[in-house]
Write a protein that binds this ligand. Structure first.
Ligand SMILES: Nc1ncnc2c1ncn2[C@@H]1O[C@H](COP(=O)(O)OP(=O)(O)OP(=O)(O)O)[C@@H](O)[C@H]1O
Ligand SMILES: [Mg+2]
Length: 344
């Protein structure tokens, strides 16, 4: 991690992106070797391969049955065969590839019947956790519906294959627009940044206050905030979501999962998860929106790598002022921003 001088700038950029990838599972080896140390279950050792039973071909059928049972067979998501999705993505060809995360690769495609553009996410790792996340994602998105949550159009659980089919968000993720911008790409206007924060908050409010029982997202971060061409927000990736506490319970106890830098410290310490853990992650995203800095930036010196520590424990007022100045500079380069005028 420390040898950034050895990388080309492209590699550097990729490595920094990977620093925001989450731990998909605390019990299997991590897919990205250069990642920052991730949040792990303190009770389950990493690389504990024996805990990952081999998936059998029956599991696809079991998944379908579980999904149907849990949703009362009342689910809008369609089932696709692997062959259909191969056709949709032109055989998963490189030119259809739009992104890659800890779950697997994401391809753009178009459904032949309706002509609708879709994003097809293909699970590329065997293991219990990937399959569990797949199930949770399908169940959650079958039951939760809100303009600020991504829609699941369908899924495929053919044999060993696990794929998710989402509505296509043409502007990609907030991460693509906020962090590591290529030269010449205009920074996001302030107004857009605040609208994104508001939309994300509405999605979160739905999960916490309107869903019953409440749903704890556990994966709020810039790469999971998807955007359409008008910068409307849809939250994505519900594979880590958990039903929140009910009755007079204040928390649910669970293994610690999430993304380093976004994960609430008290949850990381105790494994006690509350809706406030999401609020902490929302605060980190807000800081990213305001400063244009990553939650974890491994290219900075150690004391400045964690955005929250940098912001709260800045060794001198000068550091904080520098952050505000940087933010102002962005605002001033964004001519269309009403906020930019007020900040001058
Ligand atoms: N519905 C979608 N529409 C358009 N692009 C998408 C969609 N879903 C994902 N993407 C693109 O694919 C990229 C990878 O997404 P994915 O959710 O697999 O990984 P991630 O969120 O970046 O990281 P991780 O899942 O490891 O935490 C996103 O950053 C985004 O650019
Ligand atoms: Mg994601």
């Amino acid at each position: 991690m420390s040898c950034f001088g050895c990388f080309s700038s492209k590699e550097k950029r990729r490595s920094r992106r990977h620093a925001s990838r989450r731990a998909r599972s605390p019990i299997v080896p991590h897919p990205h070797p250069r990642e920052a140390p991730l949040v792990v279950d303190e009770r389950v050792p990493m690389n504990h391969k024996a805990a990952s039973p081999k998936r059998t071909n029956n599991e696809g059928a079991n998944n379908q049955a579980t999904i149907k049972a849990a949703t009362g067979n009342n689910i809008a998501a369609q089932t696709f065969t692997f062959r259909e999705l191969a056709a949709v993505t032109k055989n998963f060809r490189q030119s259809s590839l739009i992104g890659e995360g800890g779950f697997g690769r994401v391809y753009k495609g178009r459904l032949p019947k309706t002509g609708q553009f879709v994003a097809v996410k293909q699970l590329d790792r065997n293991g219990l956790q990937g399959n569990r996340e797949f199930l949770v994602e399908v169940l959650m998105l079958s039951l939760l519906h809100h303009p600020n949550l991504v829609s699941l159009i369908g899924y495929c659980a053919d044999g060993d294959q696990r794929l998710l089919v989402y509505e296509y968000m043409s502007a990609g993720s907030l991460e693509d627009h906020l962090l590591d911008l290529p030269p010449g790409k205009a920074p996001l206007p302030w107004f857009t940044r605040m609208k994104i924060a508001l939309d994300a908050a509405k999605g979160l409010e739905y999960l916490h206050d309107r869903a019953n029982p409440p749903v704890i997202y556990r994966d709020l971060k810039a790469s999971n905030i998807l955007l359409d061409q008008d910068f409307n927000v849809k939250l994505s990736d519900f594979g880590l979501a958990k039903l929140g506490p009910v009755g007079d319970k204040s928390h649910v106890s669970t293994r610690v999962m999430g993304t380093y830098g976004y994960c609430a410290p008290e949850y990381q310490r105790t494994g006690q998860l509350t809706v406030k853990s999401d609020v902490y992650s929302f605060g980190v995203v807000l800081l990213e929106l305001i400063t244009g800095r990553r939650a974890i930036d491994t290219t900075r010196e150690n004391k400045d790598q964690n955005l929250v520590s940098w912001q709260t424990n800045a060794s001198s007022v000068g550091d904080q002022e520098r952050g505000v100045t940087e933010a102002k500079e962005w605002s001033m380069t964004s001519k269309s921003s009403p906020m930019s005028k007020s900040m001058r």
